[in-house]
Unconditional design. Structure first.
Length: 461
């Protein structure tokens, strides 16, 4: 597998996987760090992502030990790129593919999977991994129900890490002539950072591995404290990195430190890479590059920093490369008052919540005591729903004994999240009869605030 791309003529498209270029970053790092910063650009793989490497490795290992049999069905929960790699290999080898993914993923990714003949089932993002509706759970159920099915299980399959130990890492070592001293990688399944990091550290024990995480993910706190904290989990936009569970492929002993990057920072940097470096890559690359810039004080002129760019920008045309989407998320620079101003003025209050298992009467009492028209609902510290007084009134009219029932029996969908830098003008469009409030997250202070229609009216008067 390591030398597939050395051939003058490929026997199949699978032989074109690997040997991707290492490209110097110039404009973005100029005046930021004296270190040499090099990007491993994995878009040159046939499926335009680094996931091609582990897809072929996982399938070939499963074929060898009999887990995947001729004519079988490959099942996987995927954010898109792993599915693409698996679908390419399946097309060559004659397997059927059934994938589950989340409604957070870009339409382009889902359409691309279907273009290779894969069946794609879209599942909700904002549910626990153990929830039967989650894309993890649905994939596991399909593996049990479909005849002759094999689940690739990229999160826990050791072939994921092995693929990068055997191919990606030796390429980086050879391309830098062994000079690499710092590795920066966005962490999702963990196979890339663990495989590359282990190989490079075996050759240079002083090498430092930085894992790029996102706000809403559990990785950084778990690394620093050993505590799996569900309070860290909430919806985020950045694709391809971060998780709400601990994949077996994440080797926390290999990763020296995690660094979190906000959704906005990742999205803005994704666009900068195309416009300033001419490198059209995806959202996780933007997060990783933003991490490099933010970590600049840790690098010296003697350092050679390698940052991994996982996938291609074409999969984000409707998102990061769409001005309307960027404006809707509050990621483009604008003038005027923002949610941060409302917080500073004391117009917006810090979030109060009620646990889903508590009785409705407790939620009503909390709302009454604080004069709230609505309240968020949590489960194990995670925001899972909401209540508002109009909905409560309607439910009480239908059921006089409602007060003793658990809140989760009548809760509505969770209020949408917005970054604290979101303009007030945009927040006003997010508040509707169906969504009477918006939750604003200050990622730096780890605080969440609630903004309502009345808050908007107060500052617009």
């Amino acid at each position: 597998m390591a030398n597939r791309s050395d051939r003058k003529i490929c026997d199949s498209i699978l032989d074109a996987i690997g040997n991707t270029p290492l490209v110097r970053i110039n404009a973005i790092t100029r005046g930021v760090t004296a270190a040499e910063v090099l990007a491993k650009v994995e878009t040159f793989n046939p499926g335009n992502s680094i996931k091609d490497r582990m897809a072929v490795k996982m399938i070939e290992d499963a074929e060898r030990d009999g887990r995947l049999k001729p004519g079988g069905t490959i099942v996987e929960g995927t954010s898109g790129n792993t599915g693409m790699g698996l679908a390419i290999v399946a097309a060559i080898k004659g397997y059927r593919c059934v994938f589950t993914t989340t409604d957070k993923q870009s339409k382009e990714k889902i359409d691309a999977l279907r273009a290779f003949g894969a069946e794609v089932i879209v599942c909700p993002t904002d549910v626990d991994p153990e929830d039967p509706r989650s894309y993890y759970s649905v994939a596991s159920r399909l593996e049990r129900e479909l005849p002759n099915a094999w689940k690739a299980n990229q999160y826990d399959n050791p072939s994921n890490t092995a693929a990068h130990y055997e191919t990606t890492a030796p390429e980086i070592w050879d391309q830098t002539d062994g000079r690499v001293t710092q590795l920066v990688v966005g962490v999702g399944t963990g196979g890339t950072v663990s495989g590359i990091g282990r190989y490079l550290k075996e050759r240079n024990p002083k090498l430092k591995v930085w894992g790029i995480d996102t706000y809403g993910s559990v990785f950084q706190k778990y690394k620093e404290t050993g505590i799996f904290d569900k309070n860290e989990i909430y919806p985020y936009v950045t694709e391809g990195i971060g998780e709400d569970f601990l994949p077996a492929n994440v080797d926390f002993g290999i990763i020296d430190k995690f660094h979190k990057v906000t959704d906005k920072e990742a999205a803005v940097m994704t666009r900068r890479l195309a416009r300033e470096e001419g490198i059209w890559v995806g959202n996780s690359a933007g997060a990783a590059m933003a991490g490099v810039v933010q970590l600049a004080e840790h690098f010296t002129a003697e350092d050679v920093v390698v940052v991994v760019f996982h996938d291609h920008g074409s999969r984000y045309l409707a998102k990061m490369f769409n001005d309307e989407w960027m404006r809707a998320k509050g990621y483009l620079e604008v003038t005027g008052m923002t949610a941060r101003d409302l917080v500073a003025m004391g117009v917006s209050g810090e979030l109060f919540t009620v646990e889903a298992a508590r009785p409705v009467e407790e939620a009503v009492r909390t709302m009454s005591d604080h004069d709230f028209s609505q309240i968020s609902v949590t489960k194990d510290g995670r925001i899972v729903g909401s209540l508002n007084e109009t909905h409560l009134y309607e439910e009480f009219c239908r059921d006089k004994d409602l007060k003793r029932k658990p809140v989760e029996a009548i809760m509505q969908p969770a209020f949408p999240f917005a970054d604290v830098s979101t303009p007030v003008e945009l927040l006003s469009t997010m508040i509707t009869p169906a969504n009477p409030a918006v939750l604003v997250r200050d990622f730096r202070t780890q605080k969440t605030f609630i903004i309502t229609r009345s808050d908007i009216i107060r500052v617009m008067m």
